[in-house]
Design a protein around this ligand. Structure first.
Ligand code: PMP
Length: 415
């Protein structure tokens, strides 16, 4: 087995590939879908539907015309939704920064004056959430992901007992990387569970709310409403963006929450900025027109993305299906497939792939501090390369998974 796999791997290396499955970027073909936006709003078009001149200062909350479209899509009242800059990651980072400097509504003191601040981090998870925690010195406590979202009993136990637990990261729809969708029951429990910290917050990162890969357009549980019903109206901070709807580098990011949290966010934001880029917001509003316009646009993304995801799961099933050396997710939306290989071999798989010209996300990236305790999880991001390249890359990845597993088995039996 091992010699045959070594031969196959040598053939793979001999092909001199240069393929990249590292990050969840939209492909050029997807970006082209929004190309007409580049000529919007157009010379002479500079007022929004409410008569606001978008060229001028002001409008801290963002353009109402655009907020109305995304309030419908994100299922939040328009007054509780802000349309801001180009990256939701900035808003998440700034929410943490504001909390550290000034506390959030309900804080006894700024988080930065606490002896210790902990966040619950479901794993595998999004590396940039972990990077924000690391930058602020937040201690990360991991809980496992399940197909219905974070292991809610594990989260509830940590949050109930430990007043240093101030936050929880959740990607409620098509999570990065495992594609899990938070069920209504899990959402209810998360917003209603008792918390030892009076200022505990859920960072509800709804990055993939409308990024469906099938006709079944799953609706995200409405955590903001459910939290209010449960008597914890200020528990949820929601983030979203059009990074993977319009342009990844030039979209619009959104923040939604309770009235008290929105007022808190705006109070601090108003010191930083006189208002967001309303020209870009008008460009978005004119291009999409309505919430249905956005939904229609996302179906075009789906047509490009779905065959790539189908290729990933088909090739993994063909090459690894019955061998018991790996398992993987079959996401119904979002940007990633989560691949679990033989424990102790993920870093080796990534190294083998690299040496064969296939770049994968570093092993461990889906865990805090880049450390997967079992060295098992690999995040696959098939959106960027053309379909034919995804197919070649995945066949190569399968060879690397098999070779790493065979090397491990050979090592285990060597006296
Ligand atoms: N959240 C998640 C879960 C993501 O996967 C990504 C993009 N990789 C982001 C946020 C980044 O969003 P934005 O471009 O709005 O900063």
């Amino acid at each position: 087995m091992l010699p045959a796999l070594r031969d196959r791997y040598a053939e793979l290396q001999a092909r001199g590939l240069r393929l990249d499955l590292t990050r969840g970027k939209p492909s050029a073909e997807q970006l082209d879908l929004a190309e007409p936006m580049l000529s919007l709003p157009g010379v002479g078009v500079h007022t929004d539907a409410d008569g606001v001149d978008v060229r001028n200062y002001g409008g801290l909350d963002g353009l109402p015309q655009l907020r109305r479209i995304f309030a419908e899509l994100l299922d939040v009242p328009v007054e509780q939704l802000l349309a801001l800059g180009n990256a939701s990651l900035t808003l998440m980072h700034d929410a943490v920064a504001y909390a550290f400097l000034w506390g959030v509504p309900g804080s006894e003191r700024p988080w930065g004056r606490e002896e210790k601040v902990r966040f619950v981090c479901p794993v595998p998870g999004y590396d940039r959430h972990f990077a924000v925690c690391e930058a602020f010195g937040i201690e990360m406590v991991t809980v496992p992901m399940t197909p219905d979202g974070p292991d809610v009993e594990a989260v509830a136990a940590l949050v109930a007992d430990d007043p240093t637990v101030k936050g929880l990261w959740v990607v409620p729809t098509y999570a990065n990387p495992d594609g899990a969708v938070v069920s209504e029951a899990v959402a209810r429990r998360l917003v209603s569970m008792p918390a030892a910290a009076p200022d505990f917050r859920i960072f509800w990162d709804n990055a993939y709310a409308i990024h469906h890969l099938t006709e079944n357009e799953t609706k995200t549980a409405n955590a903001i409403d459910l939290a209010a019903e449960a008597g914890n109206p200020d528990r949820v901070l929601m983030f979203a963006s059009t990074s993977k709807v319009s342009f990844a580098g030039a979209g619009v990011a959104f923040f939604a929450s309770s009235p008290a949290n929105v007022a808190w966010y705006k109070k601090h934001l108003s010191v930083q900025s006189i208002g967001p880029d309303k020209v870009n917001q008008l460009r978005h509003a004119l291009f999409f027109g309505t919430a249905d316009g956005v939904r229609e646009h996302m179906r075009k993304h789906r047509q490009i993305l779905a065959p790539k995801f189908a290729a990933v799961t088909r090739i993994l099933a063909e090459r690894l299906g019955d061998l018991g050396v790996a398992s993987w997710t079959d996401p119904q939306g979002g940007y990633f497939v989560s691949l679990d290989v033989e424990p102790g071999t993920a870093a080796r798989v990534v190294q083998l792939a690299k040496e064969a010209g296939i770049a994968l996300t570093p092993a461990g990236a889906t865990f805090p501090y880049g450390q997967d305790p079992e060295d098992r999880n690999i995040r696959l991001a098939p959106s960027m390369p053309p379909l034919a390249e995804v197919e070649v890359a995945m066949d190569g990845v399968a060879t690397c998974v098999l070779l790493a597993a065979a090397e491990k088995a050979a090592h285990a039996t060597t006296p």
